[in-house]
Design a protein around this ligand. Structure first.
Ligand code: ADP
Length: 468
């Protein structure tokens, strides 16, 4: 189906106008269908009420006054017959043009009405059509007995054809209502469409700037709730994208710098060893090997984080001894950092097994311990603890460093995020370590977190369900 390109303004305008036209249509249709039956029902009601009033005052002195009042008030024609001699008792002059009973003036009239009447207390209605003009009339005939036992025949009549004046009045009213509807619908839809569309148009212009990587924009948070919410979300997104953009630029600068340092060392040492035979020593070779290892670990980190984020890494979940894995990593570190006076301890009660991808989990343990060593305080102490509660094991890595500010806590797990570069020891830091930790733990469905106090240190932890 072909898409119709209409602006939101035109859409609202057309919808409102269509709705109004439909409502006007319904109004006119209802008027056409129901007006005559409604008019007839009203007349029937009037005749019934008038006949009750006459019945109440029949045989009293007020009867004539009552009948005249009814004729004036209800626009009806009335005749009252005495049944004992079939004579006309009252036949007030008829003021309405909807009269049929005064036109039927012949002697047999009484019998005409009496014919077909039954003893129904409220009388019976009959409809008569005027043979000349086809107009319909409603006639009520009713037998009444007064307190003295005298019997009367009441005949009341009204035309059920609405008079032209009534029809014209209703028409004029409907035309007025239709015009008012159309005018107000046009004005309201114009105002509404402008009010609704202008924040969206505004937002669209800003979104186009955002698509061109312009992060110095502010979405206007005016307008309806949904638009305000959208503007707030887009403002947050813009800020985050801006942050990510500068972090990425910073990362490229960092990585270039970090890659250049070991590369300079490697090429420098290699050249010296080539040119000066005496410098061809194992120590110099070790420098080249160490620098190559630093390069490898940096490149591995970068690869890991992009693979984890792209979700292309397959997991190899197997039963593994978590306690041993932590103990071995701590052991390796204690040995490696001995000459720097680091104290890394591992406290645990018993060995526990979990289901996990061992290689990835070792990355987690390694990264947390590595960070703790890099950021711990002057006592150079890191405490790793294993606690077991019910069937859940928790590994916590505690350092005594500067801690992390509360506002930074949710951000440190993001890619490229680095809080502070001053206190960090001379180790390559890419801001990728915790992002790798987070993604691996998420893939395992583990709970993890950090608690930190400024100047006291941080505790990073993660949990796993114990298996038998
Ligand atoms: P990096 O390579 O910079 O250490 P990470 O992703 O491992 O990257 O950590 C992100 C940031 O979180 C770090 O730059 C540091 O500011 C903060 N951080 C991580 N671990 C600790 C810790 N144990 N104590 C204090 N700050 C930490």
């Amino acid at each position: 189906m072909k898409k119709i390109n209409l602006s939101i303004k035109t859409n609202i305008f057309i919808s409102m106008l269509s709705l109004t036209l439909v409502m006007i249509g319904i109004l006119w249709t209802l008027q056409g269908i129901f007006f005559s039956s409604l008019y007839k029902a009203t007349k029937e009601n009037d005749i019934e009420r008038a006949s009750n009033l006459i019945v109440d005052s029949i045989g009293t002195e007020n009867i004539e006054v009552t009948i005249n009042q009814i004729v004036d008030e209800y626009d009806l024609c009335i005749q009252v017959f005495m049944c004992k001699d079939a004579s006309v008792l009252y036949s007030p002059e008829c003021k309405s043009n909807g009269c049929i009973i005064h036109q039927l003036t012949n002697d047999g009239l009484y019998y005409h009405w009496l014919n077909g009447i039954n003893n129904s207390e409220n009388g019976i209605f009959s409809e008569i059509s005027n043979a000349e003009n086809g107009d319909d009339f409603l006639v009520l005939t009713r037998l009444v007995t007064d307190t003295k036992g005298e019997v009367y025949l009441l005949v009341l009549n009204a035309s059920v054809e609405p008079v032209q004046a009534t029809i014209s009045a209703v028409r004029a009213m409907l035309i007025l209502i239709s015009v008012l509807f159309l005018v107000s619908a046009t004005v309201i839809s114009l105002i509404l469409s402008k009010r609704l569309s202008s924040p969206i148009i505004n937002m669209n212009n800003n979104a186009k700037r955002l698509a061109r990587a312009d992060y110095n924009i502010e979405f206007n948070t005016d307008g309806p709730i949904e638009i305000r919410e959208l503007a707030k979300t887009l403002n947050i997104t813009t800020r985050e994208l801006g942050k990510l953009d500068s972090m990425q630029k910073e990362l490229i600068a960092n990585i270039s710098h970090d890659l250049r340092t070991p590369l300079t060392m490697i090429s420098g040492y290699a050249e010296v060893m080539r040119d000066i035979p005496d410098e061809n020593t194992n120590e110099n070779l070790q420098v080249i090997i160490d620098e190559a290892a630093r390069l490898t670990s940096l490149v591995n980190d970068l690869l890991n984080v992009s693979k984890l984020q792209a979700g292309t890494q397959t997991m190899n979940i197997q039963r593994m001894n978590l306690t041993r894995a932590v103990a071995n990593t701590v052991e390796r570190y204690s040995h490696f950092k001995e000459h720097n006076d680091f104290t890394i301890t591992f406290e645990y009660d018993s060995e526990v097994y979990i289901n996990a991808d061992e290689i990835r989990l070792l990355q987690v343990i390694y990264n947390l311990i590595n960070n703790a060593i890099n950021y711990t305080g002057i006592d150079k102490t890191v405490i790793v603890t294993q606690t077991v509660e019910n069937d859940v094991v928790r590994i916590s890595v505690k350092d005594s460093g500067e801690g992390i500010k509360e506002e930074d806590l949710p951000l440190i797990w993001d890619r490229y995020y680095k809080v502070d570069k001053i206190h960090k020891r001379a180790v390559i830091g890419t801001g990728l370590g915790l992002s790798i930790v987070k993604n691996i733990l998420l893939l395992h469905g583990s709970r993890f977190g950090v608690s930190s106090e400024i100047h006291k240190g941080s505790v990073f932890w993660f949990e796993f369900k114990i298996t038998d």
